[in-house]
Design a binder for this molecule. Structure first.
Ligand SMILES: *Cc1c(COP(=O)(O)O)cnc(C)c1O
Length: 341
């Protein structure tokens, strides 16, 4: 079985487990875990921000970021396929009273003009006021799309001019960086808050980092505890994340090669299912054509490849460190047959 459902499926390697086993730890609720403190400082610096907060999940880091930027009753605007809107179980509304409006896009690529046309800052007593914009890079349900840097810079300028805050859901910012070589800090400095995940392609078992100003992070630390996210000797997990930055970040580009090879095999048989040139990182979103996504997922699993349905006709394959390029090619051939019916 070749499992392409998600890059979260990766298990810690022997080297990572050794790093976890020898981590120096303390109580992080007292801010006394040296490995956590070191990782927070390291990642904040990498992203060009003052401070970091290590969180159990990317969902919690996004939840805290949006809570910092948007008051109850105000709105966040984001892409229609954004993780914050689709995959966080309505937490921003259910827990923090935040509403959202969404824009549609091709492949998740952010367009400053479209965003400018929908924001409504300081709307007075009649309409909901927009407080912040959220972008995703790479864009997960858009197909692992890398946001062109000039688009990000335009949206950042738009938000500054309009007095709005800007959040980056950078769960896979590492993949964008691996694809473009744009320095992480050049991405980070365009945003007020950034979330990055260690639990995706980087292969750590758990963990995400929220970065922002020191004042914002101090506030977020309190809300994290309120949400039940105050953890103790989390240094064992921070050690896994640190190991991933040292050893797995440099190999992420392999996953991109594997994804492109997978897509090429599919497109060779079913050209309408995927545009190979659109595959920029480790995610391939296939068009199921006349079939439903669910039926393609079932048939592919029976043939030895696990995929996931991410829309009525959208099927997602994700490469990661437990899938070689050869396995990705083999999987592509199998999925091509399934799609060809
Ligand atoms: C995975 C992911 C997250 C965070 O997910 P968790 O499972 O909560 O860690 C956030 N945004 C995007 C785009 C993701 O793919």
């Amino acid at each position: 079985m070749i499992d392409l459902r998600s890059d979260t499926l990766t298990r810690p390697t022997a080297g990572m487990l050794a790093a976890m086993g020898s981590a120096e730890v303390g109580d992080d609720v007292y801010a006394e875990d040296p490995t956590v403190n070191g990782l927070e400082a390291r990642v904040a610096e990498l992203l060009g921000h003052e401070a970091g907060l290590f969180c159990p999940t990317g969902s919690m880091a996004n939840l805290l970021a949006v809570w910092l930027l948007v008051q109850p009753g105000q709105e966040l605007v984001c892409d229609v396929r954004a993780h914050v809107a689709r995959a966080e179980m309505g937490a921003h509304a259910a827990l923090h009273g935040i509403t959202m409006r969404t824009w549609d896009s091709a492949y998740g690529v952010a367009d400053a003009a479209a965003i400018a046309g929908m924001i409504a800052p300081d709307s007075g007593p009649y309409l909901v006021s927009t407080a912040a914009v959220a972008l995703e890079n790479t864009h997960n349900f858009g197909g692992g799309t890398v946001q062109p840097y000039e688009h990000l810079a335009e949206v950042s300028q738009l938000c500054r001019d309009a007095g709005l805050s800007l959040h980056l859901d950078g769960a896979r910012l590492w993949n964008a960086h691996a694809a473009t070589r744009v320095p992480l800090a050049d991405y980070g400095r365009l945003f007020d808050t950034v979330n990055v995940c260690f639990s995706k392609g980087l292969g750590a078992p758990i963990g995400s980092m929220l970065v922002s100003t020191a004042a914002n992070i101090a506030k977020a630390r309190v809300q994290r505890k309120r949400l039940g996210g105050g953890w103790r000797q989390a240094g064992v997990l921070a050690a896994a994340a640190g190991y991933a930055l040292d050893h797995h970040l440099p190999r992420l580009a392999n996953d991109h090669v594997a994804a492109a090879a997978f897509a090429a095999e599919v497109a060779a048989v079913v050209p309408g299912a995927v545009e190979v040139a659109r595959v920029q990182t480790n995610i391939v979103v296939l068009d199921a054509g006349a079939a439903t996504a669910a039926s393609v997922v079932t048939a592919a699993a029976a043939a030895g490849v696990k995929l996931s349905a991410v829309g009525a006709r959208a099927v997602r394959a994700v490469t990661h460190q437990e899938v070689s390029v050869d396995e990705a090619i083999a999987a592509g051939r199998i999925v091509a047959e399934v799609l060809a019916g």
